[in-house]
Design a protein around this ligand. Sequence first.
Ligand code: GLN
Length: 475
Amino acid sequence: MAKFYSSLNEIKSGLQNGSITVEELVKRYLSQIELNAHLNAFNEVFADEALTRAAEVDRSIKQGTAGKLAGMVIAIKDNISYKGHKLSASSKILENFTAIYSSTVVERLLAEDAIIIGRCNCDEFAMGATNESSYYGPVKNHADNAKVSGGSSGGSAVAVQANMCYAAIGTDTGGSVRQPASFCGLIGLKPTYGRVSRHGLIAYASSFDQAGPITRSVEDAALLLEVMAGADDYDSTLSQKPVENYSANLQASAGKKKIAYLQDALSSPGVDAEIKATLTTYIDKLRADGHKVTPIAFDHLDYLVPAYYILVTAEASSNLARYDGVHYGYRSKNATDLMSTYKRSRSEGFGKEVKRRIMLGTFVLSAGYYDAYYAKAQKVRRIIREKTDQILQEYDFILVPSSPEPASAIGKIEKDPVVGYLADIFTVQASLAGVPAISLPAGNNAEGLPLGLQLLTKHFEEQELLNFAKYFLQL
Ligand code: GLN
């Protein structure tokens, strides 16, 4: 019997023939969590509750009433509300805050009998790409404990990487599901903006945020997306388009495709040599298999990161205004009146990166600079979206690395935060354009660190993306 399963079908047949129970599965993951506590992937483990629920799911399986996700033990990023459970966004300001309702994604996962084993560490308010801005400290990469997990959903990725759960849910504003998945050798899917409800996610940048799965197989990504996606009265930005049966329809795509890759990914000195070599290898494999793979110049490449950071910080400064020391979590003990409650609670409760972004966002929205920065960035976003859509009219997919570099050393703090922001270059295009994107494992570098490649496609074409991803992983 496998110690850890890599496919839900395998788990399901074990559950059916009685060789395993959900309770035993949960116990295995719990002992794995204990064994890997040094990785710092979890902010909290819901051990007793997971075991109780497991016994319930075992009963439903016996009665033949179990849901699609029976046997799936998952972890959620600590910015996704789960009623009655603490919710911190890895920030001091939400210390001891308890969610008073569940996010739509959690409700849908539970309705299909998933077991939620804990809440995962992440960058503070999902701001970052290394998980080092967390109030609870960095998450260590299981492939090399001296390296970062990636971020911001670093705990979610490492929880799957080290078999502390079967799959995990993260959130992706500008790459936070895809990039940590790539650093941990996993699959990370960011759905089309408007496909998965944001209700109950702690808002970072509302016109970008999407929840997405981190998994070992495309099958699992398809199934989790299918369960989470679809219209929700609580999120008016959601599409009413019916959700496809991604998992039942999943088949490695057979036809010949037109694929564009960014010329700059191979020519830019900022991209790691082994990542370039990996991209080249896959381009060659795709060509050898009869696909048309074409280099393209994306003229707006230099504008991606600046436009992204102006818009997300603007939205964040507004979204984070609600943490005032009165309504949620942390309140300064040093406050003497209302103003000092606001000021001190926020000064003491937020970390450095979050403060930097609130200030930047407030600046770009301020009266004298609104047109020069925020309004300009909105226009740039429109152009980037149109240009991306145009490319995707001509090509089926865009292929780019998930990150210009592999996981960096923990503590290698950049003096200039902009240098860190630039590492988001390949993930923010899909976020600005709102299109779906998936990061796929593409082997390890010489140091043994996982590398990932990313595929982007048209709005709401997740099925094609998943089908091609399945094929891609067989290359
Ligand atoms: N690194 C990006 C940022 O800090 C992406 C974060 C995310 O997707 N949540 O904004």
